[in-house]
Design a protein around this ligand. Sequence first.
Ligand SMILES: [Fe+2]
Length: 565
Amino acid sequence: MPMPRSILDRSGVPDLDLRLVAGAWPTDLGGEIVISTSDLATAPRHAFFGDGVMARLSLQPGSHGAAEGTWAWRASVLDTPARHLRELRPDVFEATALGTTSPFGWSNAANTAPLPWGDRLFATWDAGRPVEVDPVTLGYVADVGHRDDWGSTMDAPLFPLVPSTAHPVIDPDRDCLWTVALNPMLQSVELIRWSGDGAHVDRWPVADAPIPQSMHTITQTRDWLVLADCAYRVDPNEIFDIGERTVTTFTDEPVYLIRKDEVDATTVGQPVPARSFRVGPEVMHYYAQYDDTDGITVLFEHTRNSELAMHVRADDVDAFGRPVDPALAGMYNHPMHPAEITVLQFDPETGEVRERARLWEPERFFATQLSAMDWSTEGISAPTVHHVVFTGFRPEVIVGRAVELYRDRLLPFPSEEVAPALATLDRESLKPIAEFTYGVEDYPTSPAFVPRDAGSEAAAGASRYAGSQPGGHDGYVVVPVLCDDGFRVDVFDAADVGAGPVATLAAPNGETVPFLLHAAWMPRAVAPDRSIERLRFADELAPDRLAQLPVDLATAARNVATLLA
Ligand SMILES: [Fe+2]
């Protein structure tokens, strides 16, 4: 049974003092890795839908409370307003096919991706506002933007449903956060911009830009925002619990380019124009080169036939028709297709999309999982490489129901597991420069790139997140590895992942860690600047809102607002 059973351990993400068990710790490796995930104790159905957890791995031994010669791995469930209310009144919270609901509204799980912005840290997800997190305590700081600024799809007394993206972007030139608000009923998308200061965000509808499915990612160049429809499609049967999923993801999707200076010139609330393109196959993650002097190029990690909306149920059969192990119930349906990555170039004048490069190595790379890149301004401007973890072919967590639903679209499955791998791709040609193959009992996940010497004299003159040679090839790739024998963290030389880890940390007593989602790197973890104006939960407790709640729940909300003040 190659899949680690500990991947769905509901006892939470433990705090650990990790020990060096192999190799030598690089002296020019520092900063903090932050990782989002879902609290599985509150994810009784789909593993993606638990309350948000933020974990932090400190890359300096003996820091953040770790004993000398050990590395601090710390994790905390985010104490958002909804989480506090759940703790006060667990009886009124309910798991549904779309997440957690209660008479207060839709809980913001904020469990998918950490988003650093200078010394600030945000946690995101696809159906809620970004949430600011204290990088030191890993506690809740504030939601981004007043509820009423976002134009909710489904209103609720306190927590409206806010379909959005789990991957907003920070604009290094405008020093702002760009994200989106979606309306799945109208299939419309609106741009959201936040300066980082204040309790309000600005919103513009995007004209003539239907989004038939969802939008997990947005990306940007210096002059353009790039918005692609993503392969996560809602099925009314699931939402209303009236039957099995019958819809499949679309095999291609619209992509919209929006000029930032046209947004600047448009009054808030008025529609902004978009150039429309079509690409395929399906996508979830995509990353533009920020410098668009030589054209608008975007790396797309395609997710052909990846039905992430489905999850393993205890009575399912797997990809080979075998009964699933009930211990894996809740795990998301794993990809059913080899990895496929492209670099596409967009011409807003002609509407043409040109493929510049493609990765297609079906024997070696099955299922693109998560990737790591240099997120410094210099790194996104001129990326050199793209590091990718491939999950491998994992038949135990491919749901027979999904195989049936996608039968006409699937390639024949491999006859046995394909091992997970870490590969470094040339950012221009997508040729694999180096690769490292794991054992099938390992589950590498959540890679992060750490630039060498960031903030040091060697990197003098560079931006704070940049190392001495930005682009992604000079530094380290840090890869958490889930395994029933104990949690590990592998550190690779970003220039030569094929040589294997240069250092490995491990849980001291073979402790395990459940599944993890996106990771990011920050140069340091410091307490939030409290002089910045932020939204307070109390700001959203208007009398007319509280009046929509039973008296006891309104009292609970007031008590939480007092606690968070
Ligand atoms: Fe993502």
